[in-house]
Design a protein around this ligand. Structure first.
Ligand code: AMP
Ligand code: GLY
Length: 424
C-alpha cells in the first residue's frame, strides 16, 4: 500500500516513523516532510496548505491512502478533495474540521448538546466586546474564533488586558479574519489533560492520556509555545475521570457531530480541564496534537495503520486498539529566542541515544555536513520506560547528548505529574 502523509513537523515524524514500521507500507510519501524523515520516507517540497499542489501530486503518484495531519489543510477541505479524487483518507471533512477551526461553532455545539465547557459569549463587534468587558468581572479568557497558530487565546486578569486583547484581535487583526469574531469565556482552574482519540464517526477510542507543557518558562511562566514537552499517561486522568469523560464528553461529541450532519472521522483531540466541578472541554482539535502524537504513539501496540483505516472504513468497533501500560516522556529542544525570533541553519551535534529513546525531528534540515536547525522547535527526545519517573529521567539523560548553539529546553517536564503521583 502506498501511503501519503501531509505535514512536516515532529508530529508527522512520529506518525511516519510508526507507519514506516508497517510491512504493508510499500511507498511512504511525505509533503513536505522534514530533514529527519528523508531516511524513512520520500519527501517532496509541496506545502501542506497547497491544495492544488497536493492534488497534482496524487494524480502523478499511486497513492492508496492519505493521512492529513495539520489543522490548516483540514480546515481548507483537503480531506474532501482527496476523497473526491477517490483517495481514502484519515482526517475529517471541512465541515467536521470546524470543531477546531471555529471556536464559536464548537462552543455552540457544546451548549446545544449539554457538553461541559466554560460559559462563554460570542461577540462580533469590538463595541459589543468592550461593553461586555465593562459589565463583567475579570478574570476572563478572550479567544479568537478562527485558527491562530495556537496563539489566539488570552488569559486576562484585568479588564484592561481583556480590552487590549479584543483590540488586537478585532481591530488590529493580529490573526487576520480569525479575529473577526471573538469568544469571551469564564476562567477555569484545574489540571489540564490532552486526550487524543480515534473515531470513525460512530465509535470513539481514546488513546493514552497526556499532559502538554505549553509555556516557554518553567512552572508555567512566559509566553505560550507550540508545546515544550509532554508526559503520558497523565496521572490526573484517573479511571473515574476517564469514565466521566467518555459518558459526558467523548460520546456526546461524536453523536452531536453526526446529528449536525458532519460526522467526525480521524483523530479528535480533547483539551480538557479537570475542574472541581468535573472535567470540562477547553478546546477541540481536529487532528493529532504536536508534541502529544509523537509521545503517545510509541506506546501504541496495535499497528497505527489498522486504526487509521478503521476510522475511514467505519469499522473501528471491530478493530482492537491497544496501548502498552508503560510511560513516555518528551522533552522538546528549541532554538534560542523561540517563541520569538531565532536563528536557523545552526549545525546540530547528535550523540548515540539509549534504546527505547527516539530522536524526533521537528525543525531540522539535512545538509552534506549533517543536520542543521530549521525551525523554533528543532528536535524532541521521546523516552519510553516502565514508569513516568524513569521515562522522564531517560529523556533528560539523552537530551544531554544533543547540542546546537543557543539550544534551550525546559527542565521541569513531568514535574507536576510526578509531584502528584508522589502525593498519592
Ligand atoms: P487553547 O488554545 O484553547 O487550548 O487555549 C490555550 C491555553 O489557554 C489552554 O491550554 C489553557 O491553559 C488556557 N485556557 C483556555 N481556555 C481557558 C479557560 N476558559 N480558563 C482557563 N484557562 C484557559
Ligand atoms: N499541543 C497542542 C496542539 O497541538 O494544539
Amino acid at each position: 500500500m502506498n501511503i501519503l502523509v501531509i505535514g512536516g513537523g515532529g508530529r508527522e515524524y512520529g506518525i511516519v516513523k510508526k507507519l514506516a514500521e508497517d510491512p504493508r507500507a510499500e511507498k511512504l510519501y511525505v509533503l513536505p516532510g522534514n530533514g529527519g524523515m528523508e531516511d524513512i520516507a520520500e519527501c517532496f517540497p509541496i506545502k501542506a496548505t497547497d491544495l492544488e499542489g497536493v492534488c497534482g501530486f496524487c494524480r502523478e503518484h499511486p497513492v492508496d491512502f492519505a493521512v492529513v495531519t495539520p489543522d490548516d489543510p483540514l480546515a481548507m477541505g483537503m480531506a474532501d478533495r482527496l476523497r473526491e479524487m477517490g483517495i481514502p483518507c484519515f482526517g475529517p471533512s471541512k465541515a467536521a474540521a470546524r470543531i477546531e477551526a471555529s471556536k464559536i461553532f464548537s462552543k455552540q455545539l457544546m451548549e446545544k448538546y449539554g457538553i461541559p465547557t466554560a460559559k462563554a459569549v460570542s461577540l462580533d463587534s469590538l463595541k459589543d466586546a468592550l461593553r461586555y468587558i465593562s459589565e463583567n468581572e475579570p478574570p476572563m479568557v478572550v479567544k479568537a474564533d478562527g485558527l491562530a497558530l495556537g496563539k489566539g487565546v488570552f488569559i486576562c486578569r484585568t479588564r484592561e488586558e481583556a480590552q487590549a486583547a479584543c483590540l488586537e484581535l478585532m481591530e488590529n487583526r493580529l490573526f487576520g479574519e480569525s479575529g473577526a469574531r471573538v469568544l469571551i469565556e469564564e476562567f477555569l482552574e484545574g489540571p489540564e489533560v490532552s486526550v487524543l482519540s480515534f473515531t470513525d464517526g460512530k465509535t470513539i477510542v481514546p488513546m493514552v492520556s497526556s499532559m502538554d507543557h505549553k509555556t516557554i518558562g518553567e512552572g508555567g511562566t512566559g509566553p505560550n509555545t507550540g508545546g515544550m514537552g509532554v508526559i503520558a499517561p497523565n496521572p490526573f486522568y484517573t479511571e473515574d475521570v476517564a469514565k466521566t469523560c467518555m459518558e459526558r464528553i467523548f460520546l456526546p461529541t461524536i453523536k452531536a457531530m453526526a446529528a449536525e450532519g458532519c460526522p467526525f472521522t480521524g483523530c479528535l483531540y480533547f483539551g480538557l480541564m479537570i475542574t472541581k466541578n468535573g472535567p470540562k472541554v477547553i478546546e477541540y482539535n481536529c487532528r493529532f496534537g504536536d508534541p502529544e502524537a509523537q509521545t503517545v504513539l510509541p506506546l501504541m501496540e496495535t499497528p497505527l495503520l489498522d486504526a487509521m483505516l478503521a476510522c475511514e472504513n467505519g469499522s473501528l468497533a471491530e478493530t482492537p486498539v491497544r496501548f502498552s501500560q508503560r510511560a513516555a516522556a518528551n522533552v522538546v529542544l528549541v532554538s534560542g529566542g523561540y517563541p520569538g525570533k531565532y536563528n536557523k541553519g545552526l549545525p546540530i551535534a547528535i550523540g548515540g541515544l539509549e534504546d527505547g529513546t527516539e530522536l524526533v525531528h521537528a525543525g531540522t534540515k539535512k545538509t552534506e555536513n549533517g543536520f542543521v536547525t530549521a525551525g523554533g522547535r528543532v528536535l524532541n527526545i521521546v523516552a519510553v520506560a516502565d514508569t513516568l519517573e524513569e521515562a522522564t529521567k531517560k529523556a533528560y539523560r539523552n537530551a544531554e547528548r544533543v547540542s546546537f548553539e543557543g539550544m534551550y529546553m525546559r527542565r521541569d517536564i513531568g514535574r507536576t505529574a510526578l509531584d502528584h503521583i508522589k502525593r498519592g
